[in-house]
Each structure stands twice: as structure tokens, then as C-alpha cells.
Design a protein around this ligand. Sequence first.
Ligand code: NDP
Length: 318
Amino acid sequence: MKYRRCGRSGINLPMISLGLWHNFGDIDNFENARNMILKSFDLGITHFDLANNYGPSPGSAERNFGKILKEDLYNHRDELIISTKAGYLMWDGPYGEWGSRKYLIASLDQSLKRLQLDYVDIFYHHRPDPDTPLEETMMALDHIVKQGKALYVGLSNYDHIQTKKAVDILKQLGTPILIHQPKYNMFTRWIESDLLNLLSEEGIGCISFSPLAQGMLSDKYIYGIPADSRAASKHGFLQPEAITKSAVTKIRRLNRIALKRGQTLAQLALVWNLRNSGMTSVLIGARSTHQIEENVGSLDNLEISESELKAIDEILSE
Ligand code: NDP
């Protein structure tokens, strides 16, 4: 594994981290989930990312991870960076989502119980809340850190203007933001215009989620939708309608560039994502240990030439 410094902080993160959004819930095979976590750790993946609502059912990914941690990785807690989040709908009534102090503090307490932990390493606000004053949300994050229930805080899905406001408030409170978690991949590049610059100026790390566009940036959809894919799963967030003819044409062409480099398209997509040194880590999902091994293999060739980048841009802009 290779590690990168997370912004201007004391933390190094593995360049590939594992997220537990899909395939770790109580509808999934627990032994497969355990094998994926242990394989990841053996490969040097020291960062595991969760959220209150990951499952299904919501909360079950945290519960399963807590069990694996206790049974298999108990002596390795200090070698791990474990994150969780709150922001999306988690429980009924007016206090079960968004960004109030009431919700964030209660949600983290619930997460810690499910994870069987005293603290998480990073606690994120999962999405900006248009109605709660930003000061309230940031003061709740600060409070959580000062209580020792999280060591660091992060933001996810905030645009650069919202991020700047949050950064300023948290700086005043004395709790700097460690990391931002935006969606970023060859098909979704909104962070390139402003957010990445802001993060670098402010010394904040960045970890991109869905770097494989939920699996589309691999060779799996070139000849249709396989049964063992997220697009075919009734619990998956990737709709089959997203696999359009035009997307498949691009995927085929990108795949050719990858093969010329001696990589798979999934590997190329990760190398492309990490080409900017401000990208601390890519946050992959996986359904098998094989996928994790393949993805970590991308780090064997991180060089990407100007002509390859240009060819990729041309394919994506069509
Ligand atoms: P990816 O874009 O990496 O997609 C992962 C999926 O791609 C896998 O489940 C698998 O799907 C497929 N895949 C992975 N490796 C390969 C490979 N080598 N070859 C072929 N297919 C492959 O990431 P996710 O969308 O899963 O997101 C990753 C993490 O990011 C989440 O677990 C979560 O922690 C975080 N996240 C955060 C969000 C936020 O709002 N902050 C939102 C979404 C995610 P298949 O089942 O088809 O094999």
C-alpha cells in the first residue's frame, strides 16, 4: 500500500480506502463481508468508511463491521481509521436526518453502539442542510470532537462555497476540518473547478467516493448487465438506465486505453482519480476480495502521461 498525507494534518491515509455502502448489510453474506475487510487490512488498507444508514437495513453495515472488528481486529484498533457519517434519513420524525445538533449527536451515539467503539476517527456531516444554520451544525461537530467521540471531522457533498463557510466557522472553534468526501470520477468532475483548489489552499484532504462510478468504470458492462452487478441488484443504487449506449461506447474506448497500459479499466479509473496529489485517497466499494486485490494493483503503475490524459478527455467530452 502507498499512503498520502491528508491535507496539512498528522494523518496519512492509504491511497485506496474501502467503503461499506453496499455488500456489508444484513441482506449480504457475512463471511464474504468479513473476508473483504480482512483482505483489505492485509493489503494495507487502514481506512474503512461507513455511515449511519449503510445497509440495508440501515445501521447493519456498522453493526457487521463492529462485529468483525471485535472478533478479528480488536488488537489492531490503533492501526485503523474508521469513519462514519450522519445527514441522510435514519429514523422517523423530525430529528432523524439533516444537520441539527439534536440529530448529529444522537446519531453518532447510535453509531458508536453499533460499532462497539468508544470513538470514531472521523465523523462527517454527510450532506449540507439548507434549513439548519451552518453554525449549529459546525458547533455540533466541534462538540463531538471535544467530547472525544470523534478525533476529526469531515464534510461530504458540500460545494466549495458551503465548504469555505464551514471551514471558517470550524477554524474559529478550534476544530479544523480534516477531510472532504465528494463524488469524483471520470463521469462526474464538478470538484475540478473550485473545490479541489479550496481544499488545497486550506490544507484539507480529499477522498473521492464512487471513483468507479459504482462499477461503470470497469469492463463489466461492456457486453450487457451481468447478474452479479450493482445495476442488476434490486438494492443497488446504480439504475440500469444509467448504462446507456453512449456510456458503453465511452467505456469501451476507455477500456482500450487501459489495456494498452497493461491495466484493467477499473485500475486506470483509480490512477486517473489519484493523478492530482490533492486527492488523498480513493474510496472504493467492492463485492469480492478479487475486486479489492485488482483495485489495489492499480498502485503498481500510477504514472499517467499527458497524451493518455488528453485521449481520456476527448472520449469523455464526446
Ligand atoms: P465505486 O465507484 O468504487 O463502485 C464500487 C462497485 O464497483 C463495487 O461494489 C462493484 O460493484 C464494482 N467494482 C469494484 N471494483 C471493481 C473491479 N475491479 N472490476 C469491476 N467492478 C468493480 O464506489 P461506491 O459507489 O461503492 O462508493 C464507495 C464508497 O464511497 C461507499 O462504500 C461509501 O463509503 C462512499 N460513498 C459516500 C457517499 C457520500 O455521500 N458521502 C455516497 C456514495 C458512496 P458490483 O456489485 O457491480 O461488482
